[in-house]
Design a protein around this ligand. Structure first.
Ligand SMILES: NC(=O)c1ccc[n+]([C@@H]2O[C@H](COP(=O)([O-])OP(=O)(O)OC[C@H]3O[C@@H](n4cnc5c(N)ncnc54)[C@H](OP(=O)(O)O)[C@@H]3O)[C@@H](O)[C@H]2O)c1
Length: 412
């Protein structure tokens, strides 16, 4: 029986979860792959820490020792930061190994180069764990939607932000208290910037864009906003209208241009994200044959993430091409005139006596907070003239209730 030799780089939450899953699901892996999977080496930084790793596994802080093992088939990377992981994975590909990574920041920056290098060395790249943890969104896009033409992908891609928004709404907590609870529960880092300012979701969005549309938008053109401006007052006002705040990444292709946003928006009861609560992630894909499908599940954690890596292990060992079969696209929903289509917005801070005829006042929550209907360009122009003003798009599922009849400014 042949053996597949694997090295795991990093033995933190993800690396240890992968190691344990290879031990616990050895039989299943052997049945699918026809070979036994063995962990040959683990790379760590601190050699003094006690680890639960078998004696015959090489534990080292020197990647060269791993590169020079007599047999090495797959390198799984679960470290942090862009470097040294990028260099390690390039070297692994050059040695002829398939690679798998969970590191979204590194892959968002260097995925293109790694995929090209892997193609030229005839090896595969797995990166399911970089987006939405345990949810098999990349495999779904890559394998199940070969013929469907994708028009829009939306995702709740950061569990920490979703947890904070859920706690603020359900338990009437402030942003600071909800963040502190997320930190206590281990959902948020001591420095939460990457999560609450939308960087983590942004990196995942760029990876999704590449798999769905074969390319990314210019990073500087992507509207990226975190959840730090959301207050309990805004959440209460939204609830009055049956709306919930969600931090949503959205990618579509209009003409030849990819458009992406990563920001807090509002969803109504009929939107698939309305009931996505706590640390859950969800991805909704709209495509021409199947219509709208939503995948939902744990976006992080030891075993959900290990699940994504292990499924990738099967994928790369069956040696799928790494850079092929991007899904086809249809023209996006928004058309070329994005910015000019009238949409609904929850706004705060626009005086009621604003007489702009291009803005329709739809409903009033409090003196300061209202729903309006207007084109994005107009909203941006008007709101940017106010001292302290916020505006959030209502992306779907809002029906004006009877008690809030559509009112124009003239009637106010
Ligand atoms: N945690 C999740 O739920 C999750 C989900 C999806 C994706 N990810 C991604 O997966 C990666 C790993 O996350 P994690 O939560 O497992 O991190 P973690 O718990 O902080 O573990 C990181 C591991 O990497 C090792 N390491 C760090 N720098 C190293 C270096 N320069 N050389 C060798 N080893 C090094 C550390 O070694 P020591 O043990 O010696 O310190 C540690 O074992 C990250 O890129 C993360 O974004 C995480």
């Amino acid at each position: 029986m042949s053996v597949i030799k694997v090295a795991i780089l990093g033995f933190g939450t993800v690396g240890e979860g992968v190691y344990q899953t290879i031990q616990s699901h050895g039989e299943e892996l052997e049945r699918v792959l026809g070979s036994k999977v063995e962990v040959a080496a683990v790379l760590i930084r601190n050699k003094q820490k006690k680890r639960n790793i078998d004696e015959e596994v090489l534990i080292t802080s020197d990647f060269n020792e791993i590169l020079h093992l007599p047999q090495l088939d797959v390198v799984i990377e679960a470290i942090v930061d862009k470097e040294p992981p990028y260099t390690f994975l390039k070297q692994a590909i050059q040695r002829g190994c398939h690679i798998i990574t969970a590191n979204k920041e590194m892959f968002a920056h260097h995925g293109k180069e790694l995929l090209e290098l892997a193609d030229s060395h005839n090896v595969s790249v797995g990166y399911e764990a970089t987006v939405a943890g345990g949810i098999p969104v990349i495999q779904t896009l890559r394998q199940l939607l070969n013929v469907n033409r994708v028009s829009l992908i939306q995702g709740i891609l950061n569990g920490t932000s979703n947890f904070i928004l859920t706690e603020m709404r359900k338990r009437k907590q402030s942003f600071a208290d909800a963040l502190s609870l997320a930190q206590k529960k281990g959902y948020a880092e001591a420095d939460p910037t990457n999560d609450v300012e939308g960087f983590d979701a942004f990196f995942k969005t760029m990876i999704l864009s590449r798999i769905a549309f074969g390319e990314e938008p210019n990073w500087q053109d992507v509207e990226r906003e975190g959840i730090t401006t959301i207050t309990s007052n805004l959440i209460d006002a939204a609830e009055k209208f049956g709306l919930r705040f969600k931090h949503v990444a959205s990618i579509t292709k209009a003409g030849n241009q990819i458009r992406a946003t990563v920001k807090p928006v509002l969803v109504g009861k009929t939107h698939p994200f309305y009931h996505i609560e706590g640390v859950e992630n969800a991805v909704n894909v709209q495509s021409d044959i199947v219509g709208s499908i939503t995948l939902q599940g744990p976006g992080a954690g030891m075993f959900p993430t290990a699940s994504a890596v292990i499924e990738d292990l099967v994928y790369v060992c069956q040696h799928q091409p790494s850079n092929k079969n991007f899904t086809k696209t249809t023209a996006g929903n928004y058309g070329e005139e994005i910015g000019q289509v009238k949409e609904l917005w929850l706004i705060k801070g626009l005086p009621k006596n604003n007489k702009n005829p291009l803005i329709t006042w739809v409903a009033q929550a409090t003196d300061e907070i209202a729903i309006i209907k207007a084109a994005r360009e107009e909203v941006e122009k008007v709101m940017n003239q106010q001292e302290e003003a916020y505006y959030f798009q209502i992306i779907d599922g809002y029906k004006i209730e009877r008690k809030y009849e559509e009112i124009t400014l003239a009637a106010l």
